[in-house]
Ligand binder design. Structure first.
Ligand code: MLT
Length: 268
């Protein structure tokens, strides 16, 4: 796995396809890793130059300690694009990955050619949610990942997915449990303190694909409908039988929605 120093931390990333192809950068959710995009990488045409990476402090990327912010994660994304000489990619972010993509595009809409925003929201945390993040960060720092993971995992997917105990469910649990507590706590605080990017949506002068699991309890499809109403050019795809981790629960439909979106950027 390639590793590079980006904005003062060691970042693990992966590239696939022709560097001259359509650039597509995937950003994973919390507390996941780039490994959660395997089912998307496998299905991409060779004309797409795909990049996955582990967010700072998550997966195998280094946790630097100190405060992390959503703008800091956006700086890391820009640093990775610079390292790989990528200009104006499509960015596909799921949940926390969507927050990062939204923050990067909100401060510089010209950075991206398009966005695929999956199971995420442009709004900030409620007061109640902020308090939950603060106590979760404290708990993770004091006692590690286990309680957070066992509480969060069933909410991330439909009861059917959870009960199936499929290989990907076990793999997701392992990824979540192996997250560095300091990295997870920093991410929780960054999510807590993130700003509302809704006002920026009207300035996104590129096509946006919204992808939401039909039964997502964390970021319900109504969040996608609200963003679609605020965006100049958006389409919403609802992934049947999926919860919050729609790319893992129904990769066939998720990939179909993503590929149909990418089609408009690829030569006929
Ligand atoms: C995620 O999947 O990234 C998280 O559920 C996002 C969040 O907690 O807001």
């Amino acid at each position: 796995m390639p590793r590079a120093k980006i904005s003062g931390h060691l970042c693990d990333y992966l590239t696939q396809g022709d560097p001259g192809g359509l650039p597509l950068v995937f950003i994973h959710g919390f507390p996941f890793s780039q490994a959660t995009w395997t089912g998307q990488l496998q299905a991409l045409p060779p004309s797409v130059y795909a990049v996955t990476y582990d967010l700072r402090g998550l997966g195998q990327s280094e946790a630097t300690g100190g405060e992390v912010s959503m703008d800091g994660y956006a700086d890391d994304l820009e640093g990775l694009l610079e390292l790989l000489h990528i200009k104006r990619p499509i960015v596909c972010g799921l949940s926390m990955g969507g927050y990062v993509a939204l923050h990067a595009a909100a401060r510089n809409p010209g950075l991206v050619r398009g966005l695929a925003l999956c199971d995420t929201r442009s709004g900030a945390d409620s007061v109640e949610a902020k308090a939950g993040r603060t106590s979760a960060a404290k708990q993770v720092r004091e006692s590690g990942m286990e309680s957070l993971v066992e509480a969060q995992l069933p909410n991330l997917m439909t009861p059917q997915s959870f009960a199936s105990d499929a290989d990907w469910v076990q793999a997701l649990r392992t990824i979540m449990l192996s997250t560095a507590p300091e990295g997870a706590a920093g991410a929780l605080e960054a999510m807590r303190d993130r700003s509302d990017t809704t006002p920026a949506l009207a300035r996104f002068d590129f096509p946006v694909q919204l992808i939401f699991g039909e039964h997502d309890k964390v970021t319900p499809p109504t969040e996608g409908q609200s963003m679609a109403a605020a965006l100049p050019d958006a389409q919403l795809a609802i992934i049947e039988g999926a919860g919050h981790v729609s790319n893992l629960e129904n990769p066939t439909q998720f990939n179909a929605a993503l590929h149909s979106y990418l089609g408009q950027f690829l030569p006929a």
